[in-house]
Write a protein that binds this ligand. Structure first.
Ligand SMILES: Nc1ncnc2c1ncn2[C@@H]1O[C@H](COP(=O)(O)OP(=O)(O)O)[C@@H](O)[C@H]1O
Ligand SMILES: [Mg+2]
Length: 114
């Protein structure tokens, strides 16, 4: 079992969600985050002066998948999230050692999506 963490443009979230759904990946956690990176932050004006606030709105997706789904999930996210411009983001993959589904009591591979 793997955990995918994808930091993507907020503007790409709906496209990524739809692309994952087409691959039958319909379970994930997401949150709104702020990112620093190559892409400069949004500008704000205050009393006539322009300031770069430094950060930019991102969405972070967390998806737990069995090893059999990992390549498909990665390529799907990368394709849907890409613009080719600075700021497209990162995808991180790590191993998950244990899962417990609270409702069913099922563990590990059986715990996801059942
Ligand atoms: N080393 C890093 N650690 C954590 N988050 C990062 C890292 N590099 C990039 N990010 C995240 O990815 C977002 C996009 O990175 P950015 O450098 O702007 O784009 P790109 O590398 O595609 O040109 C950042 O706003 C930040 O949220
Ligand atoms: Mg970068």
């Amino acid at each position: 079992m793997k955990k995918i963490e994808a930091i993507i443009r907020a503007s790409k979230f709906d496209q990524v969600k739809e692309a994952l759904s087409i691959q039958n990946i319909n379970f994930f956690t997401f949150y709104e985050v702020k990112g620093y990176g190559h892409q400069k932050g949004e500008s704000r004006s205050y009393r006539g002066a322009i300031y770069d606030v430094g950060y930019i709105a991102r969405i972070k997706l967390e998806i737990i998948v069995s090893d059999a789904f990992i390549e498909k999930a990665l390529s799907t996210i990368a394709l849907a999230a890409k613009t080719g411009e600075k700021g497209d983001g990162l995808i991180l993959v790590s191993d998950i050692s244990e899962i417990l589904n609270i409702r069913t009591g099922l563990t590990n591979g059986d715990a996801i999506n059942s």
